[in-house]
Ligand binder design. Structure first.
Ligand code: HEM
Ligand code: CA
Ligand code: CA
Length: 322
């Protein structure tokens, strides 16, 4: 029985816990409303899938999954919102548009009842599934945050030249394990990157004036054609998973096995003894990857969740605070 020295084993933040049926009374049609928008958008503009998944990642890692990434800087305002940070400059418009459309439809049925952060979590899951990835239940009950500041972004978003050590530390600071790091990086099985995100590997790796030796020589030749050494400003984008950039499969990990990782941070996962065994396992077993990915997204979607009026709000327009 509970005593002062043995308190009951209740979670300390039960009020912050998310649940699958959170909107069963407040907005029972929520998932089908969001689903109608995501399936439509996937047909019209398939890049909405990688765009929205990355948007969710960049939301959760800065101030938690609270829709802070969706806020627009006020016209003439001095304080820049997260969106304005360099780390967020390449977030595609298609992701923001998908959330704006879904929110508008949800507002017309369930006004002021559903947070933007929950809509983003559902839309990301939908797009993963539409692209061939796992379908997992999304837990809901997030409130939208009241803070969005560009200077909060750099310390919380990993860079394409981050070391495995830095990646492990950053993910650990969000409550994510080494396995979560490797599995969530599997998102790079779809989507594209600009030349500037990997051009150093093509011409001047770590100041050596030589390309990265851990880059497949055939891929290197091809990448150099699209990205000249002055490629920092090029608008060209290349697939993160050279084999199947639109299919949510384990092609990304199989690519790492033949030195085809596009970003330094991707290939590094296959070089470090702490992460390589996990990547090898994901390359070997597609079903295992898909299941692990759904579980890891659930964990990522719970980072820094807010509840209640002190720290949160339910926005009407995801781009502006109430
Ligand atoms: C592990 C550390 C990570 C690093 C260093 C990283 C870095 C990057 C970079 C540099 C790009 C290309 C940006 C550009 O040049 O346009 C990118 C794209 C992308 N990232 Fe990551 N990322 C990481 C983890 C993740 C995670 C955890 C997710 C999601 C759960 C994710 C989802 C995506 C997606 C879907 C794209 C493609 C976006 C598009 O095509 O619009 N990334 N990432
Ligand atoms: Ca956020
Ligand atoms: Ca793929």
């Amino acid at each position: 029985k509970p005593t002062a020295s043995h308190p009951p084993a209740l979670p300390r933040h039960r009020h912050r816990e998310l649940s699958v049926d959170y909107y069963s009374k407040k907005c029972p049609q929520l998932e089908s409303l969001v689903g109608s928008v995501t399936s439509q958008r996937f047909k019209e503009a398939p890049v909405s899938a990688p765009a929205t998944i990355r948007l969710f990642f960049h939301d959760c890692f800065v101030e938690g999954c609270d829709g802070s990434i969706l806020i627009e800087t006020k016209k003439g305002g001095k304080k820049l919102a997260e969106r304005e940070a360099v780390e967020n400059k390449e977030l595609r418009e298609e992701g923001f548009e998908s959330i704006t459309k879904a929110k508008a439809l949800v507002e017309s049925h369930c006004p002021s009842r559903v947070s933007c952060s929950d809509i983003l979590a559902i839309a990301a899951r939908d797009f993963i599934h539409l692209a061939g990835g796992p379908y997992y239940q999304v837990k809901k009950g997030r409130w939208d945050g009241k803070i969005s500041t560009a200077t909060n972004v750099p310390p919380n978003i990993p860079r394409s030249n981050s070391t495995v050590d830095q990646l492990i530390k950053l993910f650990a600071s969000k409550g994510l394990t080494v396995e979560d790091l490797v599995v969530l990086s599997g998102s790079h099985t779809i989507g594209f990157a600009h030349c500037k995100s990997f051009v150093d590997r093509l011409y001047d790796f770590k100041g050596t004036k030589r390309p990265d030796l851990n880059l497949n020589t055939r891929l290197l030749k091809e990448l150099r054609m699209y990205c000249p050494s002055s490629g920092r400003s090029s608008r060209a984008t290349l697939p993160l998973d050279a084999t199947t950039p639109f299919a949510f499969d384990n092609g990304y990990y199989r690519g790492l096995g033949s030195n085809m990782g596009l970003l330094g941070s991707d290939q590094a996962l296959f070089l470090d003894p702490r992460t390589k065994p996990i990547a090898v396992e994901m390359a070997r077993d597609k079903q295992r990857f898909l299941k692990a990915f759904g579980d890891a997204m659930d964990k990522m979607g719970s980072i820094g969740v807010k509840r209640g009026r002190k720290h949160g709000e339910i926005r009407k327009d995801c781009r502006f605070f109430l």
